[in-house]
Ligand binder design. Structure first.
Ligand code: ATP
Ligand code: MG
Length: 559
């Protein structure tokens, strides 16, 4: 079995869990503490779910705890809306941080004191180089950097300047606080990295109390230490930051020794997993919002009808590795389908309706037909579906000049209407433009229940809805949000948007679906898994197709 085929999180073994197991065996920790550290500058997406499942999963596997910590160090981009949505999404995924909800901003005073500590030790200084100059002085991968002319400022001058930065005496960008490490280091992150910058901005939690904000590197590891995090798990792009993470922990009077470990981020085909890009899709109106069912956000997936367990199963299946790769979206769909197949009750909905009149069925009569809620699971019971002389069937289930292999409706051919009767198409009625608007059929009363008494066979079973009793419904069908597997690989990712990612159909569904509960999955026979959208009104449901029935992943695997 390859690393990516680990069965699920409970039994999962991966290099992170190996490290934890070893640390526990060696007595390095009494207990395991992990954390999920989102920046509240957008909604969570399925990539974050990988990190959430890993952090909470490791904590659960080793009877430790996992904190939820908001990395709220950039007030310019952060909002309460995101803080709330992130908590809702983590809970929806099925994880509980208990009392362990933290904010990096709660540590601002302590972080400030530690910055002063570094200044006092001659290990940090205030620099007045502009951002551009700083870039020039930093050097390149092959050339060492050049020390800033402000690098040798006295401790007193630095303390005074830093205190005045805090007091709000300077405009944004006037100066920064930098760690004094090594301008010649082979690791650019150690060439006197910035620890604090001036931002005269209102913070969602600390208001106007601060005019300087710690950057990620200074806030993150120290927050880990304050919270007693033992294993700080992040994505591979932070590997080069680890020496700085360690340097800060070593040079500050922190009373814990967290360690950082990096794993590969999730990339998925046909979508983007970058908050900046997702934000752009929302702000420029390419989607209806963060929770648009086409979005890879957790709120989008939830609205679309994807069960949280499918996201967890997916995270378990892909596992945790140290090398970047891109996962096929079909694998995710497969996880969704797998769960819904077992749990979703079956219903009938005609997406693109075509009227059928059964000429020999008595006018004005209605009979109730028993239909199983789940043919493979009798425990799910059955329901009664009204049948009458006028019905709707799927437009695609009729073809006028059909080839021999088309087993559905065409003049002269008999088919089964699911649970009801055998019907034979006699004639197609067209409008002035030649479009088929109605089928005239006859039924065989002897075939009630959809069984023929004489062993006569039909090759197609069609779903249907009684025209009089059917409930008009708006059905939203989704395709990939992007046309190519790797959006943006050849230019602007927006150019790769799929213009047909949403198709809206005026459909009819059986009466049992009139007041379908929002978010509760059902299978529309032959069409896929659906759930009612919050846009539904009483008696006027709106459905999202969560995923179609065809499982291209299973097929691929067979090959
Ligand atoms: P940004 O770089 O815009 O901050 P981000 O996606 O890194 O975006 P964070 O809020 O910092 O956003 O992410 C929180 C946690 O989720 C981090 O530990 C990050 O490593 C992890 N994470 C983010 N994207 C992915 C991904 N695609 N796969 C796995 N983990 C991810
Ligand atoms: Mg980040």
């Amino acid at each position: 079995m390859s690393e990516t085929e680990a069965e699920n999180t409970e039994t999962a073994s991966d290099f992170i869990r190996d490290v934890v197991r070893e640390d526990l065996a060696a007595g390095r920790h009494d207990g395991i503490v992990t954390r999920f550290p989102p920046e509240p500058n957008g909604y969570l997406h399925i990539g974050h779910a990988k990190s959430i499942c890993l952090n909470f999963g490791v904590a659960a596997d080793f009877e430790g705890r996992c904190h939820l910590r908001f990395d709220d160090t950039n007030p310019v981009k952060e909002e309460l809306e995101y803080i709330e949505s992130i908590q809702e999404d983590v809970r929806w995924l099925g994880f509980d941080w208990g009392e362990n909800l933290y904010y990096a901003s709660d540590n601002f005073e302590q972080l400030y004191e530690w910055a002063v500590h570094l200044i006092g030790a001659g290990k940090a200084y205030v620099d007045h180089l502009s951002a551009e100059e700083m870039r020039e002085y930093r050097g390149t991968l092959t050339e060492p950097g050049t020390p800033s002319p402000h690098r040798e400022r006295s401790v007193e001058e630095n303390l005074d300047l830093f205190q005045r930065m805090r007091a709000g005496e300077f405009a944004d960008g006037t100066c920064v606080l930098r760690a004094k490490i090594d301008m010649a280091s082979g690791n650019i992150n150690l060439r006197d990295p910035v620890l604090y910058r001036i931002l005269n901005a209102h913070h969602p939690r600390t208001g106007d109390a601060w005019h300087i904000y710690p950057n990620y590197d200074f806030a993150h590891g120290q927050s880990d230490a304050i919270e007693g995090v033992t294993h700080s798990l992040c994505t591979l792009e932070f590997a080069d930051h680890r020496p700085l993470y360690d340097w800060l922990i070593e040079n500050l009077p922190v009373n814990a020794r967290p360690r950082q470990y990096e794993f590969a981020r999730l990339n998925l085909t046909y979508t983007v997993l970058s908050k900046r890009r997702l934000m752009q899709l929302v702000q420029d109106g390419h989607v209806k919002g963060w929770d648009d069912p086409r979005m890879p956000t957790l709120s989008g997936l939830r609205r679309r009808g994807v069960p949280a367990a499918a996201v967890r199963d997916f995270a378990g299946l892909i596992g945790v590795t140290k090398s970047d790769s891109t996962v096929d979206m079909a694998l995710f769909d497969h996880c969704t389908r797998d769960l819904l197949n077992a749990s979703a009750p079956r219903r009938m909905g005609v997406l693109r309706p075509l009227k059928v009149v059964i000429e020999n069925y008595p006018e004005g009569e209605t009979e109730m037909i028993e239909a199983a809620n789940h043919p493979q699971n009798p425990d799910m019971g059955s329901r009664q579906v009204p049948f009458s002389r006028e019905l709707y069937v799927e437009r695609d289930d009729f073809m006028e000049d059909a080839p021999r292999k088309f087993f559905r409706l065409t003049p002269g051919r008999e088919v089964r209407l699911r649970y009801a009767y055998f019907v034979t198409c006699q004639e197609a009625i067209k409008d002035a433009s030649g479009e088929v608007v109605e089928l005239r059929c006859t039924y065989d009363p002897e075939t009630k229940g959809g069984n023929s008494p004489d062993g006569r066979k039909v090759k197609a079973t069609l779903h249907w809805v009684s025209a009089e009793h059917g409930v008009p419904a708006e059905v939203r069908l989704y395709d990939h949000l992007f046309m190519r597997e790797d959006p943006g690989a050849d230019g602007d990712f927006l150019d790769d948007l799929n213009p047909d990612s949403l198709t809206v159909e005026a459909s009819y569904v059986e009466p049992a679906l009139a007041d379908a509960e929002v978010g509760t999955p059902v299978q529309f026979e032959r069409q896929g898994y659906f759930c009612a959208d919050p846009d539904s009104k009483p008696g006027a449901p709106v459905f999202n197709r969560t995923v179609a029935l065809r499982d291209s992943w299973a097929k691929q695997k067979k090959k």
